[in-house]
Structures are given as structure tokens and as C-alpha cells.
Design a protein around this ligand. Structure first.
Ligand SMILES: CC(C)(COP(=O)(O)OP(=O)(O)OC[C@H]1O[C@@H](n2cnc3c(N)ncnc32)[C@H](O)[C@@H]1OP(=O)(O)O)[C@@H](O)C(=O)NCCC(=O)NCCS
Length: 180
């Protein structure tokens, strides 16, 4: 397993991983990720990938990917929440590992490395997770996230509503940014 930055050449693997959500949802209705009303087309994915890379280059997103035997099997993204003076310090986190590679430490490695790379970019990282997603909540707790709220019925899939848990953790400044 290797955790590394996202590169332009990752586009095919990025799309495969994203499309796998639409296959998984049929057998796993509790899958705790957001989906567009219909699967984005390849040209739409290309435009989105361009926006992702633009945000990385602008310093508005920290992204790491997990690779196994040359295949992209996981992504962790932290996006700057806003561009106001008052909320630029906040990052919003999302993580996903391909279903065939879960439970093998990929999420753990990916999250640890991504949070390390957030130092000096964000001061607080926050996220929302569906309350039934025990694996994700366990992973976030392991990495220092604490529950800071609960939004009832925030997630709706079909006719079913799920609560979302809000979690947050502070990010230490980069070592060279700390006062002596
Ligand atoms: C959540 C997800 C990213 C975790 O990745 P993973 O590779 O499966 O996780 P890991 O194997 O690295 O497990 C890491 C930690 O997660 C926690 N964890 C794993 N399985 C768990 C379970 N069944 N119950 C509770 N915690 C669990 C543990 O803290 C574990 O650390 P440990 O093995 O030292 O105890 C992955 O399951 C996934 O992609 N799920 C679908 C998408 C998703 O839900 N994303 C989060 C949206 S908020």
C-alpha cells in the first residue's frame, strides 16, 4: 500500500472509484456517501477532476490517495470550507476506500497522512457522518475527532431518514510555524 498525492494521471482510477459507489448502493443501502441524482458522465467527471486539481494547486484542498499494486483504492479529501476571512481556517473532510479493500488499514493510513498534510493549511477539520456508519465513526475517533453535534434526519435515501453526526478536531500548526 502507498499513500501519495493526487496526480493528473489518476483520473481513470479516480472515476472508477467514484463510479463504484453507484454499484455498491444497490447492495448496501446504508452506504454513507452522497450521490448525484444520476451518475455523472465522463465529460462531467473530467470537469470535476479539473476543479479538484485546481483547488489542490490553489492550496484550497488537501488530497491523498491510497494505491495498491498500481490501483487507486481510496481517497481522502479536505476542502477549504469558505473563502471568508472568518472561515478560511476550516477544512471539510471526506474519505472513501473501495469496498474490496476495506477493513485492511487503508482508511487508517489514508486519514493519518491526510491530516498530517493539513498542518499549516487548515486549523480545524470537520466532517459529517451518518450515525449508523460505525466503521467511519470509529476511524474518526481513533484520529482525534470528537462529536460536536447531531443533525436529525439530515440524510435521506429513498424514504428513509438518517441522523448525521458532526465531528471536529484541531490541527497542530506545521512544526516550522510554531513559536520557539
Ligand atoms: C470508512 C472507511 C473509509 C474506513 O476505511 P477502512 O480501510 O475500511 O478502515 P481501516 O481498515 O483502515 O480501519 C481503521 C479503523 O476504523 C475503525 N473501524 C474499522 N472497522 C470498524 C467497525 N466495524 N466498527 C467500528 N470501527 C471500525 C477502527 O478504529 C479501525 O482501526 P483498528 O483496526 O486499529 O481498530 C471505509 O469503510 C469506507 O470507504 N466506507 C464507505 C465510505 C464511507 O462511509 N466514508 C465515510 C463517509 S463520512
Amino acid at each position: 500500500m502507498r499513500v501519495r498525492p493526487l496526480e493528473w494521471t489518476d483520473f481513470p482510477g479516480w472515476v472508477d472509484l467514484y463510479y463504484s459507489r453507484y454499484e455498491e448502493i444497490g447492495r448496501n443501502p446504508d452506504l454513507g456517501v452522497y450521490l448525484q441524482a444520476s451518475r455523472p458522465t465522463l465529460p462531467e467527471e473530467a470537469a470535476l477532476f479539473g476543479q479538484v486539481m485546481k483547488a489542490v494547486l490553489a492550496g484550497d484542498a488537501v488530497i491523498r490517495i491510497a494505491e495498491e499494486a498500481g490501483r487507486l483504492v481510496g481517497t481522502c479529501t479536505v476542502w477549504r470550507r469558505g473563502q471568508h476571512l472568518e472561515d478560511r481556517h476550516l477544512g471539510e473532510l471526506g474519505i472513501a476506500v473501495h469496498p474490496e479493500f476495506r477493513g485492511r488499514g487503508f482508511g487508517d493510513a489514508l486519514l493519518g497522512e491526510t491530516l498530517e498534510r493539513c498542518r499549516g493549511v487548515f486549523e480545524v477539520v470537520e466532517l459529517k457522518v451518518v450515525a449508523v456508519n460505525e466503521r467511519a465513526v470509529g476511524l474518526y475517533r481513533k484520529h482525534g475527532f470528537e462529536v460536536c453535534g447531531r443533525e436529525p434526519r439530515a440524510f435521506k435515501r429513498g424514504d428513509r431518514y438518517l441522523d448525521e453526526i458532526l465531528m471536529s478536531r484541531a490541527i497542530e500548526p506545521a512544526p516550522d510555524a510554531r513559536s520557539p
